[in-house]
Design a protein around this ligand. Structure first.
Ligand SMILES: [Zn+2]
Length: 506
């Protein structure tokens, strides 16, 4: 009933809805409930995620004048509503896919079967290239036959649902309109970045495949990449027992309370059913934020903890008087940028010397390996975005997409990719674009912090309060490129990332 629906009710009930969903995910993923019961929550809040709510936000968006605060808010609400339309209609497909992932077993040989969910761990842990390739071949076979068609159907339907909203002539322009992200120019920047870093990549790649894997560049596949990036020569210098206290201590030195006066709860106890990977759940923003982890130790753990802490502090330091849409919705490039600003300390020599046990003598080798990893992930994400734009662009037939996927990802990373993953290695709704913009934004923010508070800004007691008010306090009101202009007076670009990678590779 459109009569009872207003933007204010959408905000009040929307916040209630988001809080209930977030609490349900938190309880399920932290092992306090066996499963997340989402359908009752969707049913209870049906009115604010239905077609009438979409029509209302569309009307508000069209009626607000360009550049006004009303328009800014309405755009975020409309993006949320448009996404809700497809999430609601695709829920059954998503459930089918999750059920497939937890129940499927990959048959490598007569005597060896591996649960689908453990395949990448098994590949990463194997030091035998033939074994890795055999597992990979078995995985690709079952993915191509069963998972890939499901995912393909999902992306086709999502495209159709979004196009039927009649916001724009096609999926890509609808995404640009809803998100405010200039997707096509980002794609051009990615192509430029790949060209610009190509000779650097060709130079460092053989060094790592030969030393870590004992393989020639021409022979390595995506399966070998899993093993390469799992080889953690430096894990001993990132002990689990010191992780939490070292990182909390650093945040305090920067002038920020790591628990935000009790608004953040660190859930670090062992509990059955708790996810292995750390995550952050904002249950009430900014007053009730959970950071859930099971410390195992090692470099990856420290990085994940820093990443999730960046998200948690962002949520906990948002100004409470910000509108619902600026606290709960908006451009996730912003929150991912703060998470990356924190996790990139693991690539900061001064930070490493002060808070880890790495020591000065091991630092040059560590920095070179971390620089290689950073460049690999950047090149992979650039290729992914280029591919995902083609996937939705309509100029390549879907039957030809697997060949294009292999060509783009293999050229960018040198690791040979598999046709089977052309619809599997895809993030819905161009989330790769959010990551790439976050990467660009965190690099600009880090440069600004060095200018304002010196190389060791992360222990400067004046830096934290500035970060908390000028960055975290704003929630996600701004788009990433707007924030870059306000904070650094520069446009978003790959330039500071290229500089950073060149510094790391020495
Ligand atoms: Zn994140």
């Amino acid at each position: 009933m459109i009569g009872t629906l207003s933007l204010d009710r959408l905000r009040t009930d929307g916040e209630q809805f988001m809080e209930e969903l977030s609490r349900e995910y938190y309880l399920a993923h932290s092992g306090q409930k066996p499963t997340a019961e989402l359908r009752p929550i969707y049913a209870k809040h049906e009115a604010i995620i239905g077609p009438d709510a979409l029509a209302l936000t569309l009307e508000a968006f069209k009626g607000a004048s360009e550049g006004s605060e009303e328009r800014r808010g309405a755009q975020l609400l409309l993006d949320w509503q448009a996404e809700a339309q497809s999430s609601r209609q695709l829920a059954a497909l998503d459930e089918r896919e999750i059920a497939w992932e937890v129940s499927t077993v990959v048959t490598v040989s007569d005597t060896r079967q591996i649960p689908f969910e453990s395949v990448s761990i098994e590949i990463g842990n194997s030091s035998d290239a033939n074994e890795r390739h055999a597992i990979e071949e078995a995985r690709a076979k079952v993915v191509a036959r069963e998972l890939s068609p499901m995912r393909r159907e999902r992306f086709e339907r999502e495209r159709d649902i979004t196009e039927q909203l009649d916001l724009a002539p096609n999926y890509i322009s609808a995404f640009e309109l809803l998100s405010g992200i200039p997707l096509l120019s980002l794609k051009a920047e990615c192509e430029q970045f790949l060209r610009q870093t190509d000779s650097l990549w060709q130079e460092v790649f053989p060094e790592f495949t030969q030393r870590v894997l004992g393989m020639e560049p021409a022979d390595v596949t995506r399966a070998d990449a899993l093993a390469l990036f799992r080889a953690r020569d430096f894990d001993a210098f990132f002990p689990s027992g010191r992780m939490e206290s070292a990182i909390r201590g650093q945040v305090r030195e920067m002038g920020i309370d790591p628990l935000a006066a009790g608004r953040i709860t660190l859930d670090t106890s062992e509990r059955e059913g708790k996810r292995a990977r750390a995550f952050c759940s904002p249950v009430r923003v900014p007053n009730e934020v959970y950071l859930v982890l099971r410390p195992h130790g090692g470099q990856t753990d420290w990085m994940t903890f820093l990443h999730e802490l960046g998200h948690a502090l962002h949520f906990a330091y948002m100004r409470p008087d910000l509108a619902f849409e600026y606290r709960w919705l908006g451009d996730n490039s912003i929150t991912e940028a703060y998470a990356m600003l924190f996790d990139h300390r693991i690539k900061d020599p001064g930070w490493l010397k002060r808070y880890t046990e790495l020591g000065a003598s091991r630092l040059p080798a560590f920095m070179r390996s971390t620089g290689f990893e950073e460049l690999q992930f950047l090149r992979r994400y650039c290729a992914k975005l280029i591919y995902e734009v083609e996937l939705y662009g309509g100029s390549v037939r879907w039957e030809s997409l697997p060949d294009l996927y292999v060509e783009l990802l293999t050229n960018a990373t040198t690791f040979r990719y598999n046709r089977a993953d052309a619809f599997v290695d895809v993030d819905p709704r161009f989330y790769a674009a959010r990551y790439l913009r976050a990467w660009q934004l965190q690099a600009l923010i880090a440069e600004t912090l060095v200018e304002r508070y010196d190389e060791d800004w992360w222990r400067n007691p004046r830096a934290g309060p500035w970060i908390a008010s000028a960055l975290f306090g704003e929630g996600q009101r701004e788009l990433a490129h707007e924030q870059a202009q306000r904070v650094a007076d520069k446009p978003l670009s790959f330039a500071p990332l290229v500089r950073a990678v060149e510094r790391m590779l020495g």
